[in-house]
Design a protein around this ligand. Structure first.
Ligand code: NAG
Ligand code: NAG
Ligand code: NAG
Ligand code: NAG
Ligand code: NAG
Ligand code: NAG
Ligand code: NAG
Ligand code: NAG
Ligand code: NAG
Ligand code: NAG
Ligand code: NAG
Ligand code: NAG
Length: 416
């Protein structure tokens, strides 16, 4: 059985400025059904300015029609002069063999139920549009989907139920919409193949499902700017390939001593590069277990929480750290001298804590430092001359401390 894989770029419908219809060379057998679908599609296109569709006729195989090669189709950019908003033509649902449908084109209206007929569709990217409302139930028929990206739209309602039926999904992008409500507790079991989950900047609530750990291929779990509460489950340590965990801007954590126990289990995620926990309710003592995280860790954001205690000197284990944000917590003690070992650090933000003692000269060993934020503490002594070694420094904030003495000449132009 031959599959004629077609994909459509919706923008074509509107301007015909770029047509990307292609046929897979192997799939060149004539299929009347596909041809009729294309002709039917053609009959609904009213803005064929370039008259390209004239050559979509019986005189040649549809795979040789201009723009049709691969059988995938990308919607060209909308003409900015067009004032009227465009909707996704529901007729696209008749291109039954489509495999990819792409369009970031300010499309408005709702998601047409007929797209559910595209049961061969593998990729659906409709991010950066103005699609509104709920996703239709028919979406659950799109069993071949491996990637759905609906980020940056105005979709709303609970987590779209039809997605739960699509167990082949590897990438699920729903960021920057108005989705709300709780995620179902076994959500990780519903998406066993998930690699990238981007659901940030919505209004999801409830606890952070333990079952994400069952999506064992997860690399990116990006859930910032929601309203998740409770703890991050320690089970995430089972997700060996996790590279990016972002829960910034939720209501996770508590003042219970064990509220950051999950960090010790993340030590098993040997590819972890970003751990973003800022602007939550994490409390208790500084989790020394961060010093056991992968040495690939590049970004650690723990700012805007209520974490107490000292910054451990073993933080220097994280030799690839580029960004360390610990600002607006309740950290005490001094800045460990070992911080100078973190030679890849570009941004160090320790603002608005309760740090004491002196700024040690080892800080000048961080030669790649670009931004240094130390204001709003009770640091005393003088600013070390060695900071002049950090030749790339762009900004240094040291106000609201108990520092005295002279600011090294090289830094004078930088202090704010
Ligand atoms: C053409 O596609 C239709 C719909 O999928 C299918 O039923 C039919 O068998 C195909 N015909 C050929 C010749 O491949
Ligand atoms: C049909 O398409 C061919 C090119 O594929 C073109 O030369 C011909 O003029 C078209 N026929 C009609 C009736 O438009
Ligand atoms: C999108 O549509 C809105 C409302 O019609 C319009 O103001 C805006 O300029 C459009 N943006 C683009 C990129 O076409
Ligand atoms: C496509 O889907 C819609 C709604 O889901 C349905 O009403 C319609 O009959 C379908 N069309 C085809 C050609 O299958
Ligand atoms: C989707 O899954 C639910 C159960 O989770 C099932 O009842 C429903 O029939 C499925 N829908 C489709 C279209 O397969
Ligand atoms: C989270 O909940 C609070 C209080 O219920 C509300 O004010 C806030 O807007 C919510 N944030 C999001 C991102 O939904
Ligand atoms: C993960 O999957 C296993 C086996 O399918 C199941 O027993 C367990 O409850 C699941 N864990 C979570 C947290 O859902
Ligand atoms: C890390 O993995 C090992 C072996 O897979 C396991 O025994 C250990 O409990 C895990 N540690 C954590 C902290 O999850
Ligand atoms: C770091 O990991 C080692 C080995 O698993 C363990 O013995 C030690 O207690 C951990 N340190 C912290 C601070 O969690
Ligand atoms: C900083 O560099 C100096 C000179 O290279 C060296 O003696 C010192 O041990 C370094 N300190 C740290 C904390 O890396
Ligand atoms: C800085 O403050 C500590 C007490 O927090 C004090 O022991 C130390 O002498 C002070 N250093 C300077 C240079 O004032
Ligand atoms: C800051 O320094 C002043 C005098 O230099 C001293 O009176 C004050 O107690 C110091 N504050 C702290 C919090 O150490």
């Amino acid at each position: 059985m031959t599959f004629h894989n077609i994909s459509v770029n919706l923008m074509f419908v509107f301007t015909l400025s770029a047509i990307n219809f292609r046929c897979i060379a192997a799939a060149t057998q004539r299929n009347e059904t596909d041809m009729r679908a294309l002709l039917e599609f053609k009959s609904h296109i009213t803005e064929d300015y370039l008259a390209i569709l004239d050559s979509w006729n019986d005189s040649s195989h549809f795979c040789h029609w201009p723009g049709v090669t691969y059988m995938w189709y990308q919607i060209p950019k909308s003409n900015s002069l067009e004032s009227e908003r465009k909707e996704i033509p529901s007729k696209l649902g008749s291109l039954s063999k489509l495999t990819k449908l792409l369009g970031s084109n300010n499309l408005s209206g709702s998601f047409p139920a007929s797209l559910g007929n595209l049961t061969y569709l593998q990729e659906l990217k409709l991010s950066y549009n103005q699609l509104k409302g709920k996703l239709p139930d028919s979406l659950s028929q799109m069993r071949s989907l491996t990637l759905i990206d609906l980020s940056v739209n105005q979709l709303s309602g609970e987590f779209p139920l039809p997605l739960y039926n699509l167990s082949s999904l590897k990438g699920i992008g729903l960021s920057y919409n108005y989705f709300s409500g709780n995620l179902r507790s076994n959500i990780g079991d519903d998406f066993p193949k998930a690699e990238k989950i981007n659901w940030g900047m919505n209004s999801f609530t409830g606890t952070f499902p333990d079952s994400f750990a069952n999506a064992s291929n997860l690399q990116i779990l990006d859930l910032p700017g929601n309203n998740f509460t409770g703890n991050v489950p320690a089970s995430l340590g089972k997700v060996k390939n996790l590279r990016w965990l972002n829960v910034n801007g939720n209501q996770l954590g508590s003042d219970e001593p064990d509220n950051m126990n999950f960090i010790s289990s993340l030590a098993n995620c040997s590819n972890l590069q970003y751990l973003l926990l800022a602007h939550n309710h994490f409390g208790g003592m500084f989790p020394n277990s961060v010093t056991n995280l992968s040495t690939l860790l590049t970004g650690l954001h723990m700012g805007q929480n209520r974490i107490r205690g000292n910054i451990p000197k073993e933080i220097a284990n994280l030799v690839n750290l580029n960004i360390l944000y610990l600002q607006e917590n309740r950290l005490t003690g001094s800045i460990p001298a070992s911080i100078g070992i973190l030679s890849n650090l570009g941004t160090l933000n320790l603002d608005s804590n309760r740090l004491t003692g002196e700024i040690l000269s080892s800080i000048g060993n961080i030669t790649r430092l670009l931004y240094l934020y130390l204001s709003g503490n009770t640091l005393n002594g003088t600013v070390p001359q060695s900071l002049g070694n950090s030749k790339q420094l762009l900004r240094i904030y040291i106000g609201e401390n108990n520092l005295s003495g002279i600011i090294p000449g090289q830094l004078l132009s930088l202090t704010c």
